[in-house]
Design a protein around this ligand. Structure first.
Ligand SMILES: [Zn+2]
Length: 412
């Protein structure tokens, strides 16, 4: 019986969302939080984009150091041999890659305008998979963009050939959010069975069904005899109407009627970190949590009407499917309402030592503190808002890695 794995794509789909973005430090924090949560893989960025190189290398270093001790870090590129070559030139230590190509007639005809047909696209992709394997990639996923508008025979053929060339899974992209839970169940069951390899579900929310489609698709893949990988993003942030929300997917897999009895997650994700990671992503992206967001919205455990309040006070299970402490809520939090000293790009040593003292970070001497302060200034230049305690702690603990990922040099 296949199992379900989570592949979070906040640092790829999330950051390519129009009007939104994350600093390289924030992307690193997301990897650290996902690692702490127990998510199987983070799609941590774009290896062929030059301004990502140092950040990607710095995060691979964190993996080597055992700081990112269990999460796999995977890069996203186009499925061309040229992109593979550039990837290994800029980020030589990368081990896991997702190679993307469009598979639907709509996209092949609409994008290439007669320059390439389906066979050309297939050849280009297989050549890219060969190249990735020859450069030493440990795992290669074949990413079928617009898979949901691609006929199933084509997809199965692509999957079988990708597998022959050394791909270890196929990503079924519902790029436009066109699927429904029933259709994706059937298609992905067939794809798993006939393609003979694990399937990733990459679902978008244009019709409000990203989470339901991810779960339905994963059930199909497992019933087709393969492992399923679900792509998520924190708070559902992603292109247009967004991706499948990480916390909602975990809750659905655990709490929805009959699912957990039949379908199991490979790694036990620590859902109690949800509150922390969702609030951090909300701050880093500058997008407030929706009041009705599953698990972490302000109203997720709020009751006002007479019948509900009475019922929940007698027994919370009357009106709550899960408890607030399961998602890491319920603790008391202090909010500063008076004088506040914040980090900033023009900050000085006195304010900095005050801030670090409050979060109990000590320095051996003033020089040491000044070096970290310099890095914090740079981090502020990129973030353009005060750093949070975990970011400050990270910089103080790993100044060399922080320096690497804070370095942006267009002339390199
Ligand atoms: Zn996407």
């Amino acid at each position: 019986m296949g199992k379900i794995y989570l592949v979070d794509v906040t640092n790829r789909d999330g950051v390519q969302t129009a009007k939104l973005g994350l600093s390289k430090l924030a992307k690193t924090m997301i990897n650290l939080y996902l690692n702490e949560m127990g998510v199987y893989q983070s799609e941590f960025g774009f290896p062929t984009t030059k301004h990502e190189s140092r950040y990607l290398r710095a995060n691979l270093k964190l993996a080597e150091m055992g700081v990112l001790d269990r999460i796999r870090l995977g890069g996203w590129i186009r499925a061309t041999a040229g992109d593979v070559e550039k990837t290994f030139e800029l980020v030589p230590g990368i081990k896991h890659l997702n190679l993307s190509t469009s598979t639907s007639d709509q996209m092949i005809e609409g994008k290439y305008r007669g320059r390439m047909n389906r066979e050309d696209v297939l050849d280009m992709s297989l050549e890219a998979i060969d190249a990735a394997r020859s450069y030493g990639a440990e795992s290669v996923a074949f990413n079928a963009e617009d898979a949901s508008r691609t006929d199933i025979d084509t997809l199965v053929r692509f999957a079988c050939l990708a597998k022959e060339h050394g791909a270890s899974r196929i990503r079924y992209c519902d790029t436009l959010g066109y699927e429904n839970p029933f259709s994706i169940y059937e298609t992905c069951k067939t794809l798993a069975k006939e393609g003979g390899m694990p399937v990733e579900l990459h679902c978008h929310g244009d019709l409000g069904m990203a989470v339901a489609n991810s779960v339905g698709g994963a059930m199909g893949v497992i019933d087709g005899g393969q492992d399923a990988y679900i792509n998520t993003t924190i708070n559902g942030i992603g292109e247009r109407a967004g991706n499948a929300d990480l916390v909602a997917v975990i809750l659905a897999l655990r709490k929805s009627k009959g699912i957990a009895e039949k379908y199991t997650c490979e790694i036990k994700v620590d859902l109690s970190t949800a509150w922390k990671i969702c609030r951090y992503a909300s701050y880093a992206f500058g997008v407030p949590l929706a009041i009705n967001q599953p698990g972490v919205g302000a109203n997720a455990f709020a009751h006002a009407s007479g019948i509900h309040a009475d019922g929940v006070l007698k027994d919370a299970r009357n009106y709550e499917l899960y408890s607030h402490d399961e998602v890491g809520r319920g603790g008391l939090e202090t909010v500063e309402t008076g004088r506040e000293i914040c980090s900033g790009e023009y900050g000085g040593i006195s304010g900095f030592q005050h801030i670090m003292g409050q979060i109990e970070v000590d320095f051996s001497d003033r020089n040491d503190a000044e070096e970290v302060l310099e890095l914090v200034r740079y981090a502020n230049v990129l973030a353009q808002k005060p750093l949070v305690a975990d970011e400050l702690r990270f910089i103080a603990q790993h100044p060399d890695v922080a320096q690497e990922l804070l370095t942006l040099s267009p002339t390199d």
